[in-house]
Design a binder for this molecule. Structure first.
Ligand code: HEC
Length: 134
């Protein structure tokens, strides 16, 4: 029985080392939010955008995941701002000012740099880590 425990401990130790060794170091660089992004984050929370939208796949499912909206080349700042400014039949108009909207856009840009909403299976390495494109 003791051999089994020792074996399991060694396997655990080796696996732990591998997870750290093979992880993508670039993911560890923290990008701190600008002051505008922080204000935008606050508005995001006060208006409870997360009740309908997900970030990193977490949140409500009525609207789309917005994690990587900012790097979607088919959608520019004006596109994003227009949605927030006017709302749609399903999304309420929050009557936000243009400067508040610009701050939400900088928040969404910061979120976009911080991670991916979905990791494709192909990118997951055998250690369980994954590689980011950028
Ligand atoms: C009641 C649910 C709801 C809330 C709350 C909500 N949204 Fe939405 N939002 C939606 C839906 C649904 C869509 C998709 C457009 C549609 O179907 O009308 C959307 C679309 C968007 C889009 C465009 C996304 C794309 O890829 O086209 C942005 C940007 C957006 N919302 C931002 C926000 C922000 C910022 C807030 C908070 C201030 C917010 N939403 C709050 C429901 C919501």
């Amino acid at each position: 029985m003791i051999r089994l425990w020792i074996g399991l401990f060694i396997a655990f130790a080796i696996y732990t080392c591998m997870v750290y060794y093979y992880c993508d170091k670039s993911q560890k660089t923290e990008i701190s939010p600008s002051s505008n992004a922080l204000v935008g984050w606050n508005i995001w929370q006060n208006k409870n955008c997360q009740s309908c939208h997900q970030i990193y796949g977490l949140g409500g499912y009525m609207g789309p995941d917005l994690t990587n909206l900012a790097s979607d080349t088919t959608k520019n700042d004006l596109y994003i701002s227009s949605f927030i400014k006017y709302g749609t039949a399903k999304m309420p108009n929050f009557n936000l000012s243009d400067s508040e909207i610009a701050k939400i856009v900088s928040f969404l840009k910061w979120v976009d740099k911080s991670g991916k909403n979905r990791v494709s299976k192909e990118k997951v390495t055998w250690t369980g880590n994954y590689k980011l494109d950028n």
